[in-house]
Design a protein around this ligand. Structure first.
Ligand code: ADP
Length: 261
């Protein structure tokens, strides 16, 4: 799995995508010349129109799909297949209904071969981190959508990844729940006791992306490529009522609606 060529290793770069091209088996060329990076403690988002290839890009970054050409690096080492260092949290909330919150989180620890007691403790801590202390024994049907999504995040964090990939993580939640969860999530992900290094999120919700991201890559075109990179320099917590927020929204909207070619 280790490629002799190492890249970005000393510059705090966690993920580097270089010259990525991807063509599906049916010949559909989704991407050409995609280059992006995610740095230390950086929340990076990928936005683009529906069907442009955002989910495909996350699967390529996670090693679930192989690039047609180009490379993906994690901490300077080429990713050639899925690795426990990079965890994908899916759009649909995947909690197993027959398992409690704690058991759902413990599932992520199976490959780590720890004792059951140790796994219970790590899972308990992960649930505490996402604000679900005291809810360990609830089943998914007894939880709100937001709580189930917190369980999914706890499960991802319990596996101790360097990078979290999130595919529209708030899409299935009502706006009020999503807003509350968003406000918490950045603090949870980048709290001092969390060794997570970077987050890459895919979303079509520009407000959500601006609330959370340090850097935004706008993907557009067919085949798609990165048409703009926007570094968001607003202090946190960010309010959509701030006029600067509106200026960023206009900027992103412009990149998304501008015709290419
Ligand atoms: P997004 O996440 O931006 O909505 P996707 O990554 O899901 O976009 O899909 C990008 C494009 O690739 C879409 O046009 C979709 O129809 C196509 N696509 C997705 N999966 C496959 C596949 N297995 N074979 C061929 N085309 C696919």
């Amino acid at each position: 799995m280790i490629c002799p060529y190492r890249s970005g290793e000393d510059s705090g770069t966690t993920i580097e995508v270089r010259n990525l091209e991807f063509v599906y088996e049916n010949g559909f060329r989704v991407f050409t010349n995609v280059n992006l990076t995610a740095g230390e403690k950086q929340f990076v988002s990928i936005v683009g129109p529906s069907g442009v290839g955002k989910s495909t890009l996350l699967r390529l970054i996670g090693g679930f799909l192989k690039p047609t050409s180009g490379e993906v690096y994690l901490e300077g080492r080429r990713i050639l297949r899925p690795t426990p260092r990079v965890i994908l949290v899916h759009q649909s909330i995947v909690t197993f209904p027959w398992m409690t919150a704690l058991e759902n989180v413990m599932l992520a620890l199976k490959p780590k071969r720890m004792s059951k007691e140790e796994a219970r403790e790590v899972a308990r801590q992960a649930l505490e981190r996402v604000g679900l202390q005291g809810f360990e024994d609830l089943y998914p049907k007894e939880m709100s959508g937001g709580m189930r999504q917190r369980v999914a995040v706890a499960r991802a964090l319990a596996a101790d990844p360097a990078v979290l990939l999130m595919d529209e993580p708030f899409a299935h939640l009502d706006e009020l729940t999503a807003e509350g969860l968003r406000q918490d999530i950045y603090n949870i992900l980048f709290s001092e006791d969390n060794p997570l290094r970077s987050v890459i999120m895919v979303s079509h919700n520009l407000t959500e992306v601006l609330e959370l991201s340090d850097r935004i890559y706008v993907v557009n075109g067919s085949p798609a490529t990165i048409v703009a990179t926007v570094d968001v320099r607003m202090p946190r917590p960010r309010s959509p009522r701030n006029p600067e927020f509106d200026r960023y929204l206009d900027l992103l909207y412009g990149y998304l609606t501008r015709e290419r070619r």
